[in-house]
Design a protein around this ligand. Structure first.
Ligand code: PLP
Length: 287
């Protein structure tokens, strides 16, 4: 495997960054997780737009245009000769001194890792997953805005740890006001009487590329989707619940905080959307 690092391809085992990189020291940087399906990099442009918006927001100048970056990602996929791949694109502030000051970092570090996809077990799609709400709340927008996909994921990691400690696979985060925000690395949808609901971005959620793909599929197939705030109670009494994300794709949730959702099995709309999503991923993107 070859890793792209600021203009060079380095063997995976030899790809290292400085301990003085502010990405390492302070989480000062941004990233994207992207997938290639049969050589098609799914919605690469949308991932790059989000990356460049995250960068803009933290005053990090990526040394390539979005077109150049698109070409670099596609090139890295080809170089690794993987048709189905997980791509991790990282841009950190780069090497600086020990102060917090980003001005000491002269050159951002751009990294493109292309690796095999760690697929979720089929059983999780067939049976659905159990999730729980955790004590850690989604951080407020001005501190670590959930819309910025920054390298500082400690909030999400705490949430994951809390779920792990309770023996549950995935966590559901509420925001400070108690509205449902998102999972540790996934967005959430609930379905009630045939209508889908997903929290709006301002509630405190990353605007997921998979989330948008599902909204688009709903438009195409005549399902109504509302971006509206909802509470834990609404999740408990939903007919269907599912999570979306680049890694998870579309995964049914069958239990939340011990409450069985619907009839305890992945529901028909969730299954339909998963099937449609799997049809979309090989054709919608960049090759
Ligand atoms: N929410 C968070 C916090 C994430 O890290 C991710 C993963 O990128 C998502 C949601 C899902 O977003 P996407 O569908 O773009 O992978």
């Amino acid at each position: 495997r070859w890793v792209y690092m600021n203009g060079d391809y380095v063997k995976k085992e030899e790809a290292t960054v400085s301990i003085f990189d502010h990405g390492f020291l302070y989480g000062d940087g941004i990233f994207e997780g992207i997938r290639a399906y049969e050589g098609n990099v799914f919605r690469l442009r949308d991932h790059l737009k989000r990356l460049y918006e995250s960068a803009h927001s933290i005053l990090l100048e990526i040394p390539y245009t979005i077109e150049e970056m698109e070409e670099l990602v596609l090139q890295a996929v080809r170089k690794n000769d993987l048709k189905n791949a997980y791509i991790r694109l990282v841009v950190s502030r780069g090497k600086g001194d020990l102060s917090l000051n980003p001005a000491t970092c002269k050159e951002p570090q751009v990294i493109i890792i292309v690796d095999q996809v760690a697929m979720f077990p089929q059983r999780m799609y067939d049976e659905g997953v159990s999730i729980m709400t955790v004590p850690t709340r989604r951080n407020v927008p001005d501190a670590l805005n959930p819309k910025i996909k920054s390298l500082n994921y400690l909030n999400n990691i705490l949430v994951k740890l809390e779920a792990n400690q309770a023996g549950v696979g995935e966590a559901l985060m509420l925001n400070q006001a108690g509205y449902v925000a998102e999972g540790s690395g996934d967005n959430i949808f609930i379905i009630k009487k045939g209508t889908l609901y997903t929290p709006p971005g301002y509630i405190g959620a990353l605007e997921g590329i998979t989330r948008q793909a599902i909204i688009d599929l709903c438009d195409r197939h005549g399902y109504t989707v509302k971006e509206e705030p909802f509470t834990r109670h609404d999740v408990y009494v939903a007919d269907e619940v599912f999570l979306t994300g680049t890694a998870a794709e579309v995964i049914a949730v069958v239990k939340v905080d011990g409450r069985v959702v619907g009839d305890g099995k992945p529901g028909p709309i969730t299954n339909h959307l998963l099937e449609e999503f799997r049809g979309l991923v090989t054709v919608d993107g960049s090759q």
